[in-house]
Design a protein around this ligand. Structure first.
Ligand SMILES: [Zn+2]
Length: 248
């Protein structure tokens, strides 16, 4: 088997330590080959631990401090502070703690990273169709503002590799749900554009268009490079991580 060097993706706009992973550079065997970062998908636990360590090393954060979620396709947000490292089931994490890497896992759903340079707040969210329909983006921005005083106009957002309009076909039920929620603009025939919904929600809350970057990769089109649930079924998970560094 060919050994690949780990390839991480970054946003040009996000001026804080972060990374989006791809499939390459891990130790897991098919169908989790090779950099699977999720424990819950049926992969060998030891391999996932090794992958976490490899990813942490390459992305430059402390493996032991990594905070990740039991993701449930909800719009629930959890604040990571000194008292609450134990993370409940949720789909977004927010913190102002330094050296506290927040991780989100996905294989078609959008990993969304947030950073406010002024209040020094970061967040990571898992946004699939349910998260988008439930407007988890607004909940993250609300928590960033209420808990840490992060103003929307200062927040920079990067949306990582996810399934794009080209590959995301939905059924009649999902189509009518999108229309009922006012997201009819994101439909193109039977295809749904999750990015368009995220962009709309961010702008509605006051995040500036020029502060938002969508990485161009479709996980399903590029399933050789990224884990894609729709393309592969049983498979691993990509991850996105964001961490505030101690500037002192
Ligand atoms: Zn595609």
């Amino acid at each position: 088997m060919l050994k690949y060097i780990m390839q991480l993706y970054k946003s040009k706009r996000l001026k804080v330590k972060h990374a989006f992973s791809s499939r390459q550079g891990g130790v897991s065997q098919p169908p989790y080959d090779s950099l699977n970062l999720a424990y819950h998908v049926g992969d060998r636990r030891d391999d996932v631990v090794k992958n976490h360590k490899l990813f942490a090393y390459e992305a430059g954060f402390d493996f032991k401090k990594l905070v990740f979620m039991n993701q449930i396709h909800s719009n629930k947000v959890h604040v990571v502070d000194e008292d609450s490292f134990l993370v409940p089931s949720c789909d977004a994490l927010v913190t102002n703690l330094c050296d506290t890497p927040l991780m989100v896992m996905s294989a078609d759903c959008a990993p969304v990273l947030f950073y406010d340079e002024v209040s020094k707040t970061v967040a990571a969210a898992h946004v699939g169709r349910k998260g988008a329909f439930g407007n988890i983006v607004k909940n993250v921005l609300d928590v960033m503002w209420e808990r840490f005083g992060a103003e929307a106009e200062n927040i920079v957002v990067a949306v990582g590799p996810n399934i794009k309009l080209c590959c995301y076909e939905v059924g009649e039920k999902e189509k009518s749900e999108a229309k009922n929620l006012g997201y009819g603009f994101a439909l193109s025939g039977a295809h749904l554009d999750i990015d368009a919904i995220i962009a709309h929600q961010l702008q509605k809350e006051g995040v500036l268009k020029e502060h938002v970057e969508f990485l161009p990769h479709c996980t399903c089109c590029e399933s050789e490079r990224f884990f894609s649930y729709r393309a592969q079924g049983e498979t691993g998970r990509n991850a996105a991580v964001i961490v505030l560094e101690d500037y002192v």
